[in-house]
Every structure is written in C-alpha cells, then in structure tokens.
Write a protein of this length. Structure first.
Length: 195
C-alpha cells in the first residue's frame, strides 16, 4: 500500500488505441480485488464479456467516455461514464484502481473528475452499481456523497448474477444548474446511450 494522499496523478481521456491496455489493467485489478466478493469463475466470465475489446470499442463508439489515471506515467486506474435514458442522469460505469494505490486519494480524484465531466455535459445526478459485498468501494462512494438508492439483482448469463446496490449522488450545486443530458439527445452532444 502506498501511504501518501498527495500522489501527483494525471487523468486523461482514453483513446481507442489504449483500450487494450485498459482491458489488461482491468484483468489485473479484478483478479486482485474481487476474490471473496464474487467467485473466480464469475470474475473470468465477466472480464471476458465486459472487457472484450469489441465490447469496449462499441461502448466508446456509442459515446461512453473512458478516462485513464496515470501516476508517474504508469497506467494504474480507469473510469468511464455515460448518459442514461432519464434526462440529466449519468452513470459512473467503471471506477477501478490497482489495489496497491487504494486509500491514497486517487479513486476520489477519479470520481471528482467524472463528476466534473458529467456536470460539464449537463448532468444533475450520477448513479452507479456496486456489488453489495464490495464494502470498501461502498464506503468510499458513501464518503464521496453517494447514497444507496436501490438494491438490484441482474442476470448476467451462464447462471451468474450481479447482486448490486444502485448508489446515487446529486450533482447540482448553486450556480451549476444542469441542462438535460439524455440518451435521446446524445447526437446533439456527441454522446450516446452506452447499454
Ligand atoms: C473504489 C476505489 C476506486 C476507491 O479509490 P481509493 O483511491 O481507494 O479511494 P480514496 O483513497 O480516494 O478515498 C475516497 C474517500 O473514501 C474514503 N475511503 C476509502 N476507502 C475507505 C474504506 N475502506 N472505508 C471508509 N472510507 C474509505 C477515504 O477516506 C476518502 O475520503 P476523504 O476524501 O474524505 O478522506 C478503489 O478502492 C478501487 O479501485 N476499488 C476496487 C475496484 C472497485 O471495487 N471499484 C468499484 C466498482 S463499482
């Protein structure tokens, strides 16, 4: 574990050419973080589906925005956001950091970056789905202002389910009224519905 919370980092958009590095990093993070939360079989199954290059590329082309987090030019984390059918709502699809960098403030920086981008695009509310047993992530999200809004179980195929909390955060603050950011309005903003 790296102990400082003042690590200089850079967060930048992830281009298509960088998606394979992102998928590789996702594999590293998932295989370290998720054992004990979901089975190893489910980890491999979900990685194969969610981080297949064609899945990531089609999300990118559909308007999902991916971000890379670099520390000393090393790719150590990533996040992605996309609009939802409900006007003004954006989903934080992914927010992942190598475990050795957890607790240094970097995840908070990624969340802050995604919130800023979402606000810039007119979002008023951010939602995310997190496994109910992922207590570290739930605690970090709560600390950053997200609240549990719902509990959902979603079939993922091959008998696997995602047993998640939906968490939500109000992005409005005085002086920053959100315009509607909708999947339907995506063509106007260059952003499309991701799923
Ligand atoms: C979730 C994740 C991105 C958070 O990143 P992080 O760098 O560890 O978080 P930070 O150090 O920025 O902490 C953010 C805030 O949460 C708090 N926090 C972090 N972990 C915590 C914990 N286990 N318990 C209580 N509070 C915690 C921090 O104190 C901080 O609050 P502060 O800014 O007021 O001091 C990171 O833990 C991660 O990648 N986890 C594995 C992947 C994952 O589960 N992603 C979420 C999928 S939905």
């Amino acid at each position: 574990m790296i102990k400082t919370n003042t690590l200089p980092c850079e967060i930048s958009p992830c281009a298509e050419a960088e998606l394979s590095a992102l998928a590789k990093l996702a594999g590293e993070i998932w295989r370290q973080h998720y054992p004990g939360i979901i089975s190893r079989e489910q980890i491999e199954y979900m990685l194969g589906k969610m981080y297949a290059l064609e899945t990531l590329r089609s999300e990118l082309h559909a308007g999902v925005r991916f971000y890379r987090l670099l520390v000393n030019e090393q790719f150590v984390g990533f996040a992605s956001i996309g609009p939802q059918p409900e006007p003004g709502v954006v989903k934080l699809h992914k927010c992942y950091l190598l475990p050795k960098f957890h607790g240094c403030g970097l995840g908070g920086s990624m969340m802050q970056h995604c919130e800023r981008e979402a606000r810039r695009l007119g979002a008023r509310r951010m939602i995310l789905a997190v496994n109910k047993h992922n207590s570290k992530a739930i605690a970090a999200y709560q600390r950053k202002g997200f609240e549990i809004a719902a509990s959902v179980i979603t079939e993922f195929g091959s008998g696997f389910v995602m047993d998640d909390f939906i968490m939500a955060k109000d992005l409005t603050s005085p002086g920053q009224p959100g315009a509607a950011w909708t999947a339907a309005g995506a063509s106007a903003t260059g952003i499309a519905k991701p799923e």
